[in-house]
Design a protein. Structure first.
Ligand code: SIN
Ligand code: MN
Length: 300
């Protein structure tokens, strides 16, 4: 897949490109069928909403789930990013954001590169987010909001918000958001499952809570130029990866061809000893939820 000069100019102007229906519903079914199994596991890579139960974001599934490993090596995602960054890329971060029906919480206004720079020591904004919709995204189920052109601001001042949601984020204040929106407006790309968005690490974005009865599962890959790898390891390796091996792409039909394998992900070869021990994640059951509740501070 090759981006045209017009698409490249649009990306430079707006900071994102939207590709409705980039993947077929059949390809998305392979991924979506795997999500309940992943979310039912009790592993540190799965961050729950403030209720302690609803899955909010699940990191690094490409290292242990066959369909998601294939997505992480998919040429329709990797090739355009290599083209823009003019270099091979490695996986800096991989997450499945649940934004579950009724309970999916807000993502405050932020820039991703603000976090990669401050927390991970990523030298430059030479990393790209690629989002793939596993569910239809509409105006009701918490679509992404972008401020077009805001990537041109570079890294803007942000505060570390540790309390609004269950997941800490470097967030922008209201006056700064207003200033940027006055210039660029707000867009909310919506479309059928299988749609894809590429967006610049400095693009200011967020998303509202999901009050609708429809899940809004989106997978995000963060692909970083090989020469731009992070130099600081403050966050767990399952959030900010320390494996800088360039991604080896699979054939275009990989999601539907069972003979094509995405695992093992290089650097994450299966550790048989760990698999046989207590380190194996427990399933998310009512009992596990009760144990977790017991550990949570009682709120008024
Ligand atoms: C993010 O910005 O990292 C997530 C936003 C979302 O999934 O709505
Ligand atoms: Mn983000």
């Amino acid at each position: 897949m090759k981006l045209t000069p017009e698409q490249l100019a649009q990306f430079n102007r707006d900071g994102y490109l939207f590709f409705p229906s980039m993947f077929s519903p059949e390809e998305m079914k392979v991924l979506l069928d795997e999500v309940p199994r992943i979310y039912s596991e009790f592993r540190p890579e799965i961050i729950r909403e403030k209720d302690g139960k609803t899955p909010r974001t699940s990191f690094a599934a490409h290292t242990y789930s066959e369909p998601f490993a294939k997505l992480g090596r998919h040429p329709r995602l990797v090739e355009p990013v290599e083209q823009i960054l003019d270099e091979q890329v490695y996986m800096h971060q991989f997450k499945i954001n649940g934004k579950q029906a009724f309970d999916g919480d807000v993502w405050q206004w932020h820039q991703d590169y603000g976090t990669w720079q401050r927390d991970d020591g990523m030298p430059e904004a030479r990393a790209m987010n690629v989002a793939v919709f596993l569910d239809d995204v509409n105006e009701y189920n918490g679509p992404l909001y972008f401020i077009p052109g805001s990537h041109k601001e570079g890294v803007v001042q942000a505060g570390h918000d540790l309390s609004t949601t269950s997941y800490p984020l470097w967030t922008l204040d209201g006056p700064k958001v207003k200033e940027l929106v006055d210039k660029g407006g707000i867009v909310a790309p919506k479309g059928p499952r299988g749609s894809m968005i590429m967006f610049h690490g400095c693009l200011v974005h967020g998303s509202p809570s999901n009050m609708s009865p429809w899940n809004r599962v989106i997978v995000y890959l963060t692909l970083c130029a090989k020469s731009n790898h992070i130099v600081q390891h403050k966050r767990p390796a399952y959030i900010a990866h320390r494996n800088f091996t360039p991604i080896a792409k699979l054939p275009d039909n990989c999601l539907l061809d069972a003979s094509v394998k995405g695992l093992p992900w290089p650097g994450h070869e299966v550790d048989e000893a760990a698999m046989a021990s207590d380190a194996v994640p427990k399933l998310w059951t009512a009992e596990v939820a009760k144990e977790q509740d017991a550990k949570m501070p009682v709120s008024a």
